[in-house]
Ligand binder design. Structure first.
Ligand code: SF4
Ligand code: SF4
Ligand code: FES
Length: 746
């Protein structure tokens, strides 16, 4: 249809609102309550525009265009209407711009300048609103609130938790949480961006910089395999805040709290800024040059008796060079799977884990089965897609979980099963709730990363694949860390070279541990206490080994005790590289900060070691080789079948299950105090209800002949029956591995 805006003719589509057309055409209309991803309430009246033929100006955000409609976004009638609205909005507004974090990017300030008046007819006392504590991430200055309700609608419509609400009427209207509770959503920080004024503020950023001094730099999430796009705002080589960079294929306009607040850890006092070497049992400062030469000497001297473990948070470039240096020097024990204990599936695993479909296609699914993944907590951005699928396509969601948790969307079926019951449930799909899944429907099965911590991971993958084949379902494998897909694709596994090529020299085809005993250990961006599910075993091996080389950004007790040399590794925000996300996209990130002290990006450290080893590797060559490798990968479906699996499950044995703690999943995250102070970091051990616990009950976990005491609250649960659930988050040592643990309760 044709419409006229300010006397110019434009094309518009059926059912478009005026504001949608003008936004598309870059014609400015002021607004407060309207947001393109929220429902329309037309409550602020800031977008009033003159429409020829209408008696009064109409809100552009809720008025649908008609053929031949004539709209004036400027002109006296529009300007008068907007000026009056502005005057009402400012009646109670404190206008404390000099001390307001929003100043410089405030919609109220901008609109007031363009459309307001310098004089007000209101001479009475302004109202003030007492602020409530709503948690460690978002702070409030509610006197500045203009009641646009964006934050309330976000909670209801996007985050799926009604946490902020509007109470009172007229002058007494207030935005607050239910009985002064803290926000619990993993997406809560988005209300800071949505709030058009300085009422909801970023607690980390508060009073730390002025917006006009900040520099904006692109980056990619270092915290999960979705690869959300981020803008970091920096000032004098320090990150002041993070906001979402819109990406219609991944994070839309949103960011998880983890991605928004993770930069706090970059400033931790535990950072390592200088190269360190052990001398008389103490770490002392050294020169990088000496460390390069020591590392290369040790590699040459001890090859092939070296075990190298690397974090899947590293970039593809770091991974590619790491494995190239090691493999070309005869070292084959390379792995990133430090939290797994069942590797029988590995020969049949896809070249890298990913989604069989694009994330955007989730909305078209008829059925989605979640296998052991608490989407709202572990992958909050993905939960937005699932909520949309339920809302727009009535998608049926079936959750099969090994512990009780809640989601921020409706689940039609929620089964709590022990790991073995889970495997059997998928095997007998014709006799349970899965029978309703038909192969002529669009089905998707999403397998969570905590499944990989289980002793029967191979059986679960096999059962999932058999059911997927039977029901013609697509499969989605979610990685544990931000570049888990990259780790597989770049050959950070013992049995495959980059590109998924089988490596016949693999000595670990049937191995039971990702870190066999060896003369030397190389540990890259992993902290022995926290990043290994079996920390007792790795600590024991580090103690016995002849030399330990660490690449680390932070110091921990174990690194201090066992490292012989430590390379000061720059954090992700100080490095450049690429990650492969779950959508199979290779995303580039640049350094947002210059590395602090003498820390260096991993690629620089590794290239210097390769030079010492007289290897011919350069940055340019690496990029070309990686892109050649990735373009040669042909993607098949994710089905993983493993023959001759023998279940070694003992009946009636209490099984231990570690609950994944996504807020402490990498070294930088676990140093973010604000995130650790949120609700989700309660430590607990949950025992089956059929076990009576009194004050005198003794609970002992025995793992590899070590008796372990853990310090956590004890809860009880009814299902699954034979499972002890353990959640140790924050800076608690892992203490309990995912491998067999004997649990005695007396
Ligand atoms: S919200 Fe905007 S107008 Fe209000 S005090 Fe802050 S900067 Fe000024
Ligand atoms: S707090 Fe901000 S987003 Fe929420 S209603 Fe008030 S002005 Fe709007
Ligand atoms: S933006 Fe249209 S009424 Fe608020």
């Amino acid at each position: 249809m044709e419409i006229y805006i300010n006397n110019n003719k434009y094309e518009a589509f059926d059912n478009e609102t005026i504001i949608q057309v003008t936004d598309r055409l870059n014609i400015h209309i002021p607004r407060f309550c309207y947001h393109k991803r929220l429902s329309i309430v037309a409550s602020c009246r800031m977008c009033l525009v003159e429409i020829e033929g209408a008696k009064f100006p109409q809100p552009a955000c809720s008025t649908i265009v008609r053929d031949g409609m004539k709209i004036n976004t400027t002109g006296k009638a529009t300007e008068d209407a907007q000026k009056s609205t502005m005057e009402f909005l400012l009646i109670n507004h404190p206008l404390d711009c000099p001390v307001c974090d929003q100043a410089g990017e405030c919609e109220l300030q901008d609109v007031s300048l363009d459309h307001g008046s310098y004089k007000s007819n209101y001479n009475e006392m302004k109202r003030t609103v007492i602020d409530n504590d709503i948690g460690s991430l978002v702070t409030t200055e509610m006197t500045r609130c203009i009641h646009c309700s964006r934050c309330v609608r976000f909670g209801e419509e996007v985050a799926g938790i009604k946490e902020l609400g509007m109470t009172g009427r007229g002058e007494d209207t207030k935005i607050e949480t239910f009985i002064n509770q803290s926000l619990t959503s993993e997406l809560s920080g988005n209300v800071i961006d949505l709030c058009p004024v300085g009422a909801l503020n970023n607690n980390l950023y508060k009073y730390s910089a002025r917006t006009w001094d900040l520099e904006q730099k692109n980056s990619i999430s270092p915290n999960d395999c979705l690869g959300s796009n981020i803008y970091y705002h920096t000032y004098r080589n320090s990150i002041k805040r993070a906001i979402p960079k819109e990406n219609e294929q991944i994070n839309l306009s949103w960011l998880s709290d983890r991605d928004r607040f993770c930069h706090e850890g970059v400033e931790s006092s535990e950072r390592i800024f200088v190269p360190l070497i052990k001398s008389n049992d103490k770490l002392i400062e050294s020169e990088l040059e000496s460390l390069y030469s020591i590392a290369s000497e040790k590699i040459k001297q001890f090859s092939p008796n070296i075990t190298a473990v690397m974090s899947a948070q590293s970039s593809c470039e770091e991974m590619y060079i790491f494995q190239k240096i090691l493999r070309e020097n005869g070292i084959t024990n390379i792995d990133h799977r430090t939290k797994e204990c069942d590797f029988r599936y590995q020969a049949n695993y896809p070249i890298f884990p990913s989604f069989d479909i694009k994330i955007n296609d989730i909305a078209a699914m008829d059925n989605i089965i979640l296998v052991n993944v608490n989407i709202s907590k572990e992958f909050p951005i993905l939960s937005i897609y699932l909520r949309d699928a339920i809302k727009n396509n009535s998608t049926k969601i079936i959750s099969l979980a090994t512990y009780e948790y809640s989601e921020n969307f409706h689940t039609d079926i929620h089964e709590v099963l022990s790991p073995v019951e889970l495997e059997r449930y998928l095997n007998s799909s014709s006799n349970n709730q899965l029978a309703s899944i038909k192969s002529n429907q669009k089905n998707l099965i999403i397998v969570g990363p905590s499944s990989s911590y289980l002793q029967n991971y191979s059986e679960i993958l096999n059962s999932v694949s058999e059911f997927a084949q039977l029901s013609d379902s697509k499969l989605a494998l979610l990685g544990d860390l931000s570049n888990s897909s990259g780790a597989w694709a770049m050959g950070i596994v013992p049995h495959r070279l980059p590109g998924g090529i089988d490596y016949d020299k693999c000595i670990n085809a049937n191995y039971e541990s990702s870190f066999p005993s060896n003369d030397i250990f190389i540990v890259y961006n992993l902290e022995p206490e926290y990043d290994f599910s079996n920390d007792i075993e790795i600590l024991d091996k580090l103690k016995k080994s002849k030399f330990n080389i660490f690449f680390s950004s932070y110091i921990t007790d174990a690194i201090e005790k066992y490292a012989d040399i430590i390379f000061p590794l720059a954090v992700q925000q100080e490095s450049m590289g690429t990650y492969i996300n779950t959508n199979k996209q290779l995303q580039k990130f640049k350094a947002v900060l210059s590395p602090k002290g003498h820390a260096k990006p991993g690629v620089d450290l590794l290239l210097s070691i390769s030079k010492e080893l007289k290897m011919d590797i350069s940055n340019e060559k690496i990029s070309q080789e990686i892109s050649d490798i990735l373009s040669s990968i042909s993607s098949n479906d994710n089905y993983i079948f493993t023959d001759n699996l023998k279940n070694n499950y003992e009946k009636e044995m209490l099984e231990k299950y570690i609950i994944r703690s996504p807020n402490t999943n990498n070294p930088t995250l676990r140093r973010c105090e604000s995130l650790l102070n949120t609700h989700d970091n309660d430590n607990f051990m949950s025992l089956p209800l059929n076990i009576n616990i009194t004050e005198n009950t003794k609970i002992t976990f025995t793992e590899h002949s070590n008796k372990i005491k853990i310090n956590a609250k004890i809860k009880t649960h009814t299902k699954p029956e034979n499972t002890v659930l353990v959640k140790l988050s924050g800076r608690y040592k892992q203490t309990l591995g995912s491998c067999s643990t004997v649990i005695n309760i007396e």
